[in-house]
Design a protein around this ligand. Structure first.
Ligand code: BES
Ligand code: MN
Ligand code: ZN
Length: 493
């Protein structure tokens, strides 16, 4: 689906959408319609109890010469409504119209006195909501097929086009992440994940480094290798370096994503019911890859390295056992109590490698790390853990403005000591209580002196069982907008 910006409404047929804020006079917003149209629209709004709630939509038809035009009113909420309202409004309109039979939507912002970023953000929400993964659906019915081809945003002001460049780069990244997440594990495994990234970023100037098992063994990555050893698909560690600020920039910001391309649990095997969901246990790595793609596409003036720690967690004659002790690259030993707590094992070696290789000022990891995260925050916020209040605040802010929201949870010695092991330096799994926090504490043991670090547990966020404003059921692309916004606000020259 295409998005474009225009000063005037186009000619020809289209559905028309008029955004309405809580404080607007409805008659002002309907001023472009004729007398009969205004009356009809006002009556439709009243009859459908339209109170301009954020991203609420009502629909009617108004006469337009010989034919009738579909008219939608979309609520922008009140003054205090969240920052991401324009994305949500654009998404809500597309959700209505995507398979409606309409081929073109015109959204008229004229008269609202908005700045150009509102138009770009509305376009972003519209395009994000139109994404689908129909690659394997060979029998889609006529009414299930998308019809909407174009969204034209009118009256967004002069700068909309320029603002759009950033958003369209973000959309590229978001779509890439969603595709990686949606693809099944027989298609996306460590090696094919790397190849997909190479293909997506070809020619953009992103520098790739890929470590195979042999190199990992030389480096002493016993924790990561232990997770991969039960699988026929060998693990990989992928680093994508975007040096957009060049030498003028500071040391790179490092992003690390958990990329378990399938998590059976290993010998501590998961129950069969719902196990297919574990194809998206690489959502952290997917978000990191999409972020690098977005940043490189718009040539962001920042130095960022995206690291994906890729492995498949399978039970097998060669798989690691509960009770095994592995030595991580940091030298610290780990007793593997539960082979299903594999995310922290693949992350810890990637963290050590990243710190030695890039000497980062700051390191952020994203991981579908614990089921406990979903128990505590549901599907509204990802968990945020950090050793630095400033970093936590900046990430929270980027979360609020992007719509990928974060909620900070505590860490500390009392939790940390729950990860001590009687036989090794630590164990990989603690008590059930506070499971997301002890997982974060485990990772914290691999953060080197002076490095600012944040861990985002995105277990509840990468996949949605029901549609929302910016996505249909399925892969959400969580984290891409967040990280892109965070980099833009805090790390660009
Ligand atoms: N990938 C899972 C976490 C997960 C579960 C994400 C459900 C999304 C939905 C992770 O590898 C895992 O299995 N964690 C265990 C840790 C436990 C064994 C300490 C969990 O949460 O049960
Ligand atoms: Mn697991
Ligand atoms: Zn996992």
């Amino acid at each position: 689906m295409k998005v474009r910006f225009a000063a005037q409404r186009p000619k020809g047929s289209y559905a028309l959408a008029l955004p309405v804020r809580g404080e607007d006079m409805l008659s002002d917003r309907l001023a472009g319609l004729d007398e009969a149209g205004r009356r009809l629209a006002a009556r439709a709004a009243e009859a459908q109890r339209f109170e301009r709630e954020a991203a609420s939509v009502v629909e009617t038809f108004v006469a337009e010469g010989e034919t009738a035009r579909r008219l939608l009113l979309v609520g922008l909420g009140g003054k205090k409504d969240e920052e991401a309202i324009f994305e949500r409004a654009g998404g809500a309109l597309v959700a209505r119209l995507l398979t409606s039979g309409e081929t073109r939507l015109v959204v008229d912002l004229g008269g609202l006195g908005l700045d150009s970023s509102a138009a770009a953000r509305l376009g972003f929400g519209a395009a994000a909501r139109s994404w689908r993964h129909d690659a394997y659906r060979t029998k889609l019915g006529r009414k299930q097929k998308p019809t909407l081809e174009e969204v034209v945003i009118v009256g967004g002001g002069e700068g909309a086009e320029a603002e759009w460049r950033r958003h369209s780069a973000l959309l590229e990244g978001l779509a890439f992440t969603r595709t990686l997440v949606a693809e099944p594990a027989n298609v996306i495994y460590p090696e094919s994940f790397v190849e997909r990234c190479r293909a997506a970023m070809d020619g953009l100037g992103v520098e790739f480094t890929v470590l195979d098992e042999k190199r990992m063994a030389e480096l002493g990555m016993g924790a990561l290798l232990g997770v991969g050893q039960g699988s026929a698909r060998p693990p990989r560690l992928l680093a994508m370096r975007w040096n957009g600020a060049g030498d003028a920039g500071s040391k790179p910001l490092v992003l690390i994503g958990k990329g378990v391309t399938f998590d059976t649990g290993g010998i501590s095997i998961k129950p069969a019911l719902g196990m297919e969901a574990m194809k998206w246990d690489m959502g952290g790595a997917g978000a990191v890859a999409g972020t690098i793609l977005a940043l490189a596409t718009r040539k962001a003036k920042a130095n960022v390295v995206g690291i994906c720690t890729l492995a498949e967690n399978m039970p097998d004659g060669n798989a690691q056992r509960p009770g095994d002790v592995v030595t991580s690259m940091s030298g610290q030993t780990i007793e593997v109590i539960n082979t299903d707590a594999e995310g922290r094992l693949v992350l810890c070696d990637a963290m050590t490698w990243a710190q030695r290789e890039y000497k980062p000022q700051l390191m952020i990891d994203l991981a579908t790390l614990t089921g406990a995260m979903i128990i505590s925050l549901g599907h509204e916020y990802a968990g945020l853990f950090s050793n630095d209040d400033g970093l936590a605040a900046d990430l929270t802010e980027a979360g609020n403005s992007s719509g990928d929201r974060l909620w900070r949870l505590p860490m500390g010695d009392a939790y940390d000591k729950l990860m001590d092991s009687p036989i090794a330096d630590m164990k990989n799994s603690g008590p059930r209580e506070g499971g997301s926090i002890t997982a974060a504490c485990f990772l914290g043991r691999f953060v080197e002196e002076g490095v600012k670090w944040a861990h985002l547990d995105i277990a509840g966020m990468v996949w949605a069982d029901k549609a929302s404003h910016l996505y249909d059921k399925g892969a959400t692309g969580f984290g891409v907008a967040l990280l892109e916004r965070y980099v833009a606000a805090n790390h660009e020259l």
